[in-house]
Design a protein around this ligand. Structure first.
Ligand code: ADP
Ligand code: ADP
Length: 225
């Protein structure tokens, strides 16, 4: 089943004659459980694409369909609800709350949404990500790689339709980057979790199931299954 579809997706910034075509007709179809990397140089449109997929911004034209819902015509309020229910975000800088411990960070989005924490599932995630011994630690007692594992756990815990990762290894050395990619891939498989990662790092991108390359706002190649 396709979890995510874009149809002739365009995002233009500014007005003629200074219009920037950040996305210029992107057609994508991503299956449930797939781990996809979007790779491209700086300015190619990666962040813009991620923002469209996650409902952080609205397209100029075209469609974004997530879990069967067309989000391209939603207003701000609807998009906020959509994001909270359907999207898990993983960022370069982890975005953990410094005064909350690992466990509290992981369940925070569930609690903010007023939902009951599925303790068995959260425990399973914590164990799978190798964070059992760090459960009560504050983020600044953890390494960068461990902090990113917590951010991944937090994204998984809400059982989102998609996890969107924006340069998740951007602040990590190359060995830790490989580890974190291994964790993303392993959890995607284990929890059948759809993930889309953007990166400018070719080696990191090659670890995904499918690599989509964009240049000047267009898909120029797709590698993998
Ligand atoms: P990447 O993430 O691959 O570096 P971006 O999606 O950030 O690429 O940017 C794609 C293009 O759109 C670039 O030319 C960038 O300068 C432009 N752009 C991005 N955001 C804005 C904005 N808010 N206003 C104007 N131009 C923008
Ligand atoms: P970039 O990759 O373009 O440097 P970041 O990855 O730091 O940017 O963040 C992308 C954008 O998404 C930022 O404008 C940030 O404010 C916004 N953002 C991040 N998380 C959320 C969220 N959960 N809800 C709404 N907006 C968010």
């Amino acid at each position: 089943m396709s979890v995510l579809i874009t149809e002739d997706l365009k995002k233009y910034y500014g007005n003629e004659p200074n219009i920037v075509k950040a996305l210029d007709g992107v057609d994508l179809e991503i299956q449930e459980g797939e781990f996809v990397a979007v790779v491209g140089t700086s300015g190619s449109g990666k962040s813009t694409l991620l923002h469209m997929l996650g409902g952080l911004d609205t397209p100029t034209s075209g469609k974004v369909i997530v879990g069967g819902k067309d989000i391209s015509t939603m207003g701000d309020e609807q998009l906020t609800i959509f994001r909270r229910r359907n999207v898990g975000f993983v960022f370069q800088n982890y975005n953990l709350v410094p005064i909350l411990n690992v466990y509290e960070n992981i369940v925070l989005p569930i609690e903010l949404d007023g939902n009951t924490v599925d303790e068995d599932f959260v425990e399973n995630i914590i164990e799978t990500l190798g964070l059992l011994e760090k459960k009560n630690n504050l983020p600044n007692n953890l390494s960068g790689g461990q902090q990113q594992r917590v951010a991944i756990a937090r994204a998984l815990a809400t059982k989102p339709s998609i996890i969107l990762a924006d340069e998740p290894t951007g602040n990590l050395d190359s060995k830790t980057s490989q580890d974190v990619l291994g964790v993303l891939k392993m959890t995607s498989t284990k929890f059948h979790q759809t993930m889309v990662m953007i990166t400018h790092n070719e080696q990191i991108a090659q670890l995904a199931d499918r690599v989509i390359r964009i240049e000047d706002g267009r898909i120029v190649s797709v590698e993998g299954r």
